[in-house]
Design a protein around this ligand. Structure first.
Ligand SMILES: [Zn+2]
Length: 327
């Protein structure tokens, strides 16, 4: 198999390993003489579907010049056309993650004109509990030890934070002033970073407000050279969501540091490669699914009493305490 075809398979390795229906694909590969019966048995002998797919890929990567085309055909015959498309030529320069970023970018829209028509309550944005959480990495975003990007895993969840820290007796501690990114939210955010950079560099007169998931919005005020990333919260009596204290404002310098940190984030969070955007999930194939998703529609399409009180109470406190807190 040619190197570029091997690379194409490797760059889609994670998706293939997770999604392939092994026995069907292996059956078609055998039928078209791409693999031998013995190889097929080796594949089937593996215990989990994950291992079977890994075995299949390791075999196919070592096969001859017809293997790549045969593999794509086998995927199509096994009703996995979308996997086959991942391997189509012309896209070979894009990694899985880059394709995902492109999809994410197509989902993030400027909401300035839409005025929050389609919003809905936020699910919990965990308050940082340093003691019970494991910090995987911490990247400084300024020269004053005040603003950090951190990756924190807690139970089986991983969140990325951009957060202000404050000095305390035993070192620096995270404050509530910051943004919590679930991994899908980070993906949405990362997909608009090039646009943010452009807007700041050109001091565009356009006002932007992107929704990146849950109650988090990224906004640029016209003529300004800063970008604001912030959790919003909609009190019951308010017509529109209001900004909370949970957020950060980045100037060009800090944004530059953030852009430099993106690769480090990837190295630290391999799980980003496996993130599925909810917009492409089964449940979102009809509009109701989207409207019921707290990431896509954080403030509800109609008022509901019982949604996510846990977090919203906290958010409300943040609004109320906004003046009393030390900046
Ligand atoms: Zn959703």
């Amino acid at each position: 198999m040619e190197q570029r075809h091997q690379d194409l398979i490797k760059s889609n390795y994670t998706t293939l390993v997770r999604k392939m229906t092994t026995s069907s694909v292996a059956g078609h590969l055998f039928a078209s003489n791409i693999i031998t019966d013995e190889m097929r048995q080796q594949i089937e002998a593996e215990k989990t579907s994950y291992d079977r797919n890994r075995k299949l890929l390791s075999i196919i990567l070592r096969r001859g010049p017809k293997a790549f085309r045969g593999f794509r055909t086998a995927l199509m015959k096994a009703n996995q056309t979308y996997l086959s498309k991942l391997l189509s030529a012309g896209e070979d320069t894009l990694s899985d993650y880059e394709k995902k970023l492109a999809m994410a970018r197509s989902l993030v829209v400027n909401t300035v004109e839409k005025r929050f028509v389609e919003n809905k309550p936020n699910i919990s944005d965990p308050v940082v509990r340093q003691m019970s959480q494991e910090e995987r990495c911490r990247i400084s975003l300024d020269d004053f030890n005040e603003l950090f990007l951190t990756v924190v895993s807690f139970k089986d969840r991983i969140n990325i934070h951009i957060r202000h820290f404050a000095a305390a007796n035993n070192g620096l501690i995270p404050t509530k002033k910051g943004v919590t990114f679930s991994l899908s939210r980070w993906l949405m955010f990362e997909s608009i970073l090039p646009d943010i950079k452009n807007y700041l560099e050109n001091r565009s007169n356009e006002e932007m407000k992107w929704h990146i998931g849950g109650g988090v919005y990224v906004s640029i005020t016209s003529g300004y050279t800063t970008v604001d990333i912030r959790h919003f919260w909609k009190p019951d009596d308010a017509l529109e969501p209001v900004p909370t204290r949970k957020g950060v404002t980045l100037n060009k310098h800090k944004l530059g540091r953030l852009l430099e940190a993106v690769n480090e984030v990837h190295e630290c969070v391999h799980e980003l490669n496996d993130i599925e955007l909810c917009a492409f999930s089964e449940s979102h194939q009809n509009q109701l699914g989207m409207l019921n998703c707290p990431e896509c529609t954080p403030f509800g399409y109609e008022p509901k009493e019982d949604v996510s009180l846990e977090c919203n109470v906290g958010d409300l406190q943040d609004v109320l305490n906004i003046d009393s807190d030390i900046e």
